[in-house]
Write a protein that binds this ligand. Structure first.
Ligand code: FMN
Length: 196
């Protein structure tokens, strides 16, 4: 079965570089057999997460939750804001936790530096929800790393293709094992605490 890969874009900006990077990465992942979807947070206008109102009835939130539950693996794409992920991305993550367990995440970032702290923060949030992370990410300095025809410079392009391939291959392994552990009902596994 094809792995279902959800890209989530945390920029509100039209023509966002992080979103462009995610689009390229998802196209590459589909060449490796993934079924892909893109969730642009700019398009769904999520409310601010409020733990007092978890039953929030909101069309964008319903769409996001449906996509999160569909996904076997995630590609999170954020701009670098003050060395952090965007508020929109953090707000999205706050709505979920158990949904992330046993799934692999990869991180990409639009930054004028290297976006390392941004990707590290996304990794920390995901780890807190028992999600797995690729050990490296890809960042783009949009104004420099896209040429005038919209092509990525080759060193970023190569790294992005490697990340897409690894996300599909390792994402399928981790998801497959997690689901097998759940089905088997073994008690001494990481998956056991998620069995209903
Ligand atoms: C509020 C704000 C804060 C930013 N902080 C940083 C920063 O700390 N480091 C950095 O390299 N770039 C910073 N930037 C630049 C953005 O990361 C850069 O423009 C990036 O391309 C935005 O991503 P996007 O094109 O996906 O929207 C900041 C931009 C804004 C609007």
């Amino acid at each position: 079965m094809a792995i279902r890969l959800l890209g989530v874009c945390g920029s509100m900006r039209a023509n966002s570089y992080s979103s462009r990077l995610a689009t390229i990465a998802l196209a590459e992942a589909s060449k490796h057999g993934a079924e892909t979807r893109l969730l642009e947070l700019s398009a769904i206008d999520l409310p601010t997460y409020n733990p007092d109102n978890e039953s929030m009835d909101h069309i964008g939130l319903r769409a996001a939750t449906e996509a999160v539950n569909w996904a076997d693996a995630f590609l999170l794409a954020s701009p670098d804001y003050h060395g952090s992920m965007s508020g929109a991305m953090k707000n999205f993550l706050d709505f979920y936790w158990a949904e992330f367990a046993g799934k692999l995440f990869a991180y990409i970032c639009a930054s004028h530096e290297k976006g390392l702290t941004v990707m590290e923060q996304m990794r920390t949030s995901v780890r807190q929800c028992y999600g797995w992370s690729l050990p490296y990410g890809v960042s783009v300095y949009g104004e420099k790393d896209f040429d005038s025809s919209g092509q990525l410079v080759s060193h970023v392009d190569r790294r992005l293709r490697m990340l897409s391939r690894d996300l599909v291959v390792y994402g399928a392994l981790i998801r497959g094992q997690f689901q097998a552990d759940l089905a088997e009902g073994a008690t001494e596994t990481f998956a056991a605490r998620y069995r209903t």
